[in-house]
Design a protein around this ligand. Sequence first.
Ligand SMILES: Cc1ncc(COP(=O)(O)O)c(C=O)c1O
Length: 380
Amino acid sequence: MPGDRSLEARVLARLDGLSRQGLTRTLHPPAGIDLCSNDYLGLSRHPQIVARFAGAAARGGVGSTGSRLLRGERTAFAAVEARFARFKGTERALYFGAGYLANLAVLTTLTEEGDVVFSDQRNHASLIDGIRLSRARTVIVPHSDPAALSNLIERTPVTGARFIVVESLFSMDGDMAPLADYARIARDAGATLIVDEAHAVGIYGGNGSGVIEEAGLDANECISINTAGKALGVGGAFVAGPSWAIDYLIQRARPFVFSTAPPPAQADAIDASLDIIAAEPARRAAVLSKAALLRARLGVDGRSQIIAVVLGDNDKALAVAASLQQQGFDVRAIRPPSVPAGTARLRVSVNAALADADVNRFADALTAVLEEMGVCAVSS
Ligand SMILES: Cc1ncc(COP(=O)(O)O)c(C=O)c1O
């Protein structure tokens, strides 16, 4: 039994503080029509993918039993990495147990003291944590502002390397980064562009490999992080890029070296998921058409599958979410620190499996709740 009463008192005071600010989190399993998951293509329950996962687990067991550098390695990992690299158009790819770990790996391994990281103001916590753990200096860049980025690069002295770090599709706002501009700026400055494609991989571009493909960029010019637990429906993440980067991550990335490899059956399941993405482009078209429908109904600009309904106040966001949940819609309130203070919101996400009728019913319900509560929402 832990003995430090003062620690207990401090923790209880912190929990009380969270409660008074409307920031207490509770854990709720899925309930109602999915308007909040990242299962954008509806692949997490796809029978072909589930069968590959189950078959691989039955043959090879559940756990990998060790780090990839030791007995945790399997041919299925190497095979799916080679396949993902072809899909992404890069020389190589490396699979991690989570996107969070992949971001920590890239940012702590490739950066060194004397380097400068130019990081978009709205980057995801996993990118921020990776940068914080690195020894590089951080310069925060105003959101999606190439002119400001150029300016900051010009004004910031650097003895080592420069990095530009962005999400291609921002997870909480649903807007796209001006990637082509960033790639040009990176080229001119001799900087390395690190792109988190967590919410874009599987959906955008001719083959569905992400916004790097859609923007017509050479994927080997960037180092990208591509989660497999969102549109791909499984779990883990691929870092994709040139061979030198992947070789170095295998040697030195602490989240890769000092962590048990993911369950090997995940590699088989992802292989099946990439089959479906190639064979069924209609899923990608469907998610974007549902997004267009909901955006039109709510009067929100943009084109992605993530729609932010910003309510500002934490309690208001919770109340609007609770009312919609009671009507059978699974939407969740997103509060600080996931988003900046004063911008609590519903992060609505649509998926290919949603019926148009449900999208319309949800738009009606949301509009009615906002009117009833007299709440003004700013959407992006
Ligand atoms: C932009 C972004 N990057 C990285 C991650 C982390 O990925 P994972 O959930 O696979 O750890 C997330 C997860 O929500 C994310 O939204």
